[in-house]
Structure formats: structure tokens, C-alpha cells
Ligand binder design. Sequence first.
Ligand code: NAD
Ligand code: MG
Length: 397
Amino acid sequence: MTRQVVLLGATGSIGQSTLEVLRRNPSKFTLVAAAACSNVEAMVSLAEEFKPQIVALADVQAASELKDRLGALKLRTEVASGLDGVLEVAAAAEGAVAVAAIVGAGGLKPILEAAGRGCTIALANKEALVMSGQLFFAEVQRGKARVLPVDSEHSAIFQSLPESAQQTLGHCDLEGCGVHRILLTGSGGPFLHTPLEELPHVTPQQALRHPNWSMGPKITVDSATMMNKGLEYIEARYLFNAAPEQVEVLIHPQSVVHSMVSYQDGAVLAQLGLPDMKTPIARALAYPGRVASGVAPLNFAALGELSFCAPDLRRFPCLKLAMEASVTGQSATTALNAANEQAVAAFLAGKLPFDGICNLCRQVVESLYRHETYSLEDIMSLDAEARTLALRLLEKC
Ligand code: NAD
Ligand code: MG
């Protein structure tokens, strides 16, 4: 029997890598539903190739165009539109693997919908977890869903943990499993060696040139500021129920060791591979088995040096800010995530300098710190408030 797959964020970088894995394993997986924002062309070719039962575009006008296009091709794929349409696609996840690859806060409601349906969630969208860690895992438990990490570092940590921890994501007992510490690695991005005084003037073009990974624009900028590693620190704490001191961030410029787990007996387990998201995607789709992903094996003889060092928090203040927000609590991480999305969009549009990203995020987090937020309404209203404040501050830049 094939495993059914629902793809949320089908036209993006993770979405397209997921389709490559499915293409390679047609007898093992069936794509039953897919959603994206507005890319009609990509959705037409997806529908032609995979013939899912339902697709959705969040953009209502684009969805209507897609409906006409699929009608003309005489495809029987149903087309849904708007947020309700995306939620309809998420609801099709019952009994399936839902790949959560919508970028940013827009992915939160669809993920919660899928979680409530008792599916397996292959989680790429770290922002949703950063915004709503407690709520998300409460929904996962209520819906008897299961979470498998797709973010490469968290997939590596997952693979380096014992099965008892893999089975209890969100509330696992790291110390009880003999874990000393999680070692979360990051490349340091394109500005690891840029003189500090040049950092305020780097351009979006330079920031989008990641040395190892090919990814969507938002996460690529997050990698340049290392906000990405900060969001991943928060993600790791939620996924593996880790105390702040149980996660250590390490710079590893080659992106070959995707992360590690250091045990109390002195052993360190790691997962290695070429930097290609098809590996963690394939791992999550096939879990507990493995399928071909199309990623070449590592050639150790040709690899050369693997190096590690501690991050310089003066160079990467966003990392520090995110780690502090994680300790402060969920309201701080929700505000941080919203402010960062606005700041990155403004940086990419040429309206904010590179070092302005951290300053803007800090101002929003400091202004909006408040009591813990648990309900979806609280989270969404704090998210909206943080975006409004970020936009107001941006007007003054
Ligand atoms: P991307 O920008 O390439 O793609 C985003 C996808 O989300 C697109 O399909 C887009 O249409 C869809 N989308 C955006 N807003 C939507 C909405 N409101 N409703 C429905 N669909 C919407 O982004 P990406 O690089 O593929 O990243 C996706 C997620 O995976 C992010 O959360 C990112 O942090 C995470 N992630 C990505 C990588 C990577 O290598 N790209 C690695 C680890 C984690
Ligand atoms: Mg990652």
C-alpha cells in the first residue's frame, strides 16, 4: 500500500524537493492534496503530474485562474481557494503524512488543522512552532498526531536520539535518555568572515548567496543573520523538551554534520550528509524506513576538513536575541517571529539595512513582552500587534 502525502507549501523550495522524492518513489507514495499561495503555473504542472484529489491556493484570484486551467485540461482535481481552501487541504491529512512547508506564520492554522486530524506531520515550518510550541503539542496530543522533524538539524538530532525519545517528541526526557547536550550546528552563512564594520552595508543580493544551501529567500536571509539558528534553538527546545542549557549552538561552516547529540557517557552521535533537504524530507516521509532521495552519498576521501567553533554573538546578535526570547517565553518568541518576518521583507525590499533587522526585532520584543500566550486567539493577536508595531517602526527608518 502506498503512503498518502499532503503537501502544504507545494511550490516552494521544500515543496519542490518533496515532489522530487515522491517522483523517485512512485510505488511508495501518493500525493493526495497540495496547497500553496499564488503560483498558478507550478500548481498546474503539479496537478498534471501527480493528479491529487484536491489543490488549493491561498490567493483567491490565482485559485480561480487555476480552476479554469485545470478545467481546460479536463483534470478532475478539485480546486479550493483562500485560507479555507488551504485548511481543506490540511484536513485531507487524516491518515496521511502532511508535509508542513508553508513559510512563516501563514502555516500555523493549516498545521494545527492537520495536527487535529491525527496525521503524521513532517514539520519544516519552524515559525509555526516558534509561535505556538505549547499549543501545537497540545493539539498534536489531542489529535493523536505524530511529529517528525524535517529541518535538517532537527532531523539529525532526532536520528541521533534513542527510540524512546523519538516516540515522545514534545515531552521527551533527555536526561533520562542519558543525554548531556544537543549540539545544534549552523554554517554561519555568507557573512561568517565579513569584517564587522561592513555588516551594516551588506546587500540583499549578498545575503541571498548562501555558501552551502539552496533555500527560499526568507530562510536564506535568516541564515545570514543567524536568526535561523535562533529560531532553530527555540524549535529544538520545543521538539526535544530541552532546557536552555541542554542546547548548544556550534558553527560548522561545511554543513556536513547536520547536528549531534552528546551523551553523559562521553559518546557523541551525529548525522552527516550532503547539504540537501531531500535527505531529511525522505527520512520523514518513509519513517521508520528509508527510501532513495536522489542525494549522492558522502565522499569522505574528497571531503577535506570539517571544522567547528563557537558563534560570535557580536557578529550574530539575532542569535542572541532569539535565545534570550526562548528563555523569556512564548509571547517573546511569537513577537520575535512576527517582527523578523516584517524586517526580512523590508530588508529584501531595500527599505532596511542588514543590522536594522536585529534592532527592529529587539524593539518589538521589548515593547510587546507580556504574560504567557496559550490560546490561538492570543497568539494571533500578539502576532498582529507585533507586525503593526514593526511596520510603524519601519516607517521611521
Ligand atoms: P519558500 O518561500 O520557497 O516556499 C514557501 C511556500 O509556502 C510556497 O509554496 C508558498 O506558495 C507557500 N505559502 C506562503 N504563504 C502561504 C499561505 N498563506 N498559504 C498557503 N501557502 C503559502 O520557502 P521554503 O524555503 O520552502 O521554506 C518553507 C518552510 O520550511 C519555512 O518555514 C522554512 O523555515 C522551512 N525550512 C526550509 C528549508 C529549506 O531548505 N528551504 C530548510 C529548513 C526549514
Ligand atoms: Mg535548518
